[in-house]
Every structure is written in structure tokens, then in C-alpha cells.
Ligand binder design. Sequence first.
Ligand code: ZN
Length: 202
Amino acid sequence: MLDFIKPPKFGRLFYKDLIFKIPNKENKIFLTFDDGPNPEVTPFILETLSKFNAKATFFCLGKQVEKYPALFDQIISEDHQVGNHGFEHLNGWKTKTEDYINNVIKASEIIDSKLFRPPFGKMKVSQIKFLKEKYKLVLWDVSAQDYLPNISEDKVVSNVVNHTTEGSIIVMHDNIKVKPHLKISLPVIVSELVVRFNMSFV
Ligand SMILES: [Zn+2]
């Protein structure tokens, strides 16, 4: 994951085909979770979202969907949206375009979605050129940085609630790295966000 809370301006210009934010007049924001499903994390995320009647978008990894199909089905049956995050968690900058595209196609065989989010937010221009024809390429403008080792619950919460504005796309994670703080941070984040915004799909 790129190590910033707000992406730098030059990045936004360079990646003109990528979606960082979705401007709207309905006070909508878009909460997203990457890398799942994961049996140690996803059930708590779903439970928390359900408690606050909030909807989110899950950018799933093909290899995780293959391992945990029932959890993937549960995400969909609870009316959340799913997106493709590749089959494996490849770094586009370090992967040949053909291999990268094939990995996304492999994931698309089990994840039916027109949304794609590149792992680490990293893609080469050649990869963007190909994928933008088939997918909405969804990045984010607010990162919880919830994957960082030893990050505190308070920091995860403030990274999200202090930076989210109308139209924000927030990235959080549905993987094992968030386990130490998720049970504290997520309910605070979701309860704050539902009061201030309309939580919607990407
Ligand atoms: Zn990821």
C-alpha cells in the first residue's frame, strides 16, 4: 500500500484514468476493504457494518475467494459490493504487463465485478491502458494505514475520521494485519461515519 493518507497531487494528475474520489451532492462516501475474505477478520467487519446498517465495497483477492467461498458469498448476500483485487497480490510496477493482466483475468473468473483495485495502488501505464477498457479503476483518497505494524487504534480512527470529506473513498483492510486493532477501531470509525455521511457503494 502506498504510504500516504492523502495521495499527492502529481499522482492524481498522472493517473488520470484512476478514480480517487467520487464527487457527489448527496454527502456520499465510500468505505472499502481490501485483501479478503479472511476467516479471522471478515466476520467481524460484516457484523460491525450490519450493526450500523452500513454498506461497503470489498476488493477481494481471487486466491482468498477460492479458499473461503462461503465468506465471499456472505459478503454478497449481506448486500455489500465486491471488486477484483487480482488473484494474487501482485505489485504492478514489478510485474510484466501480460502476467499482471492474466492475474486479473484469473480473479475475474470467480469475482464477478466491473471494479478493479490494484494491490499497493501500483500499476504501470500499459496495465492501466488495458484494464481501464474493462474496469473502473478504483484507488482511494483516504487510507486508514491500518496495515502498519504497531499502529494504534486512535491513529487508525483519526486517519479516517479526520480526513474523510464528501466523495471520499476510504481504504481499510480485510486481512490479518489489522487484527490487533480492528475490534476497537472499526466500530468507532463506522459509528462516526454513519452519523456524518451517507455510506454508499463505489
Ligand atoms: Zn491489497
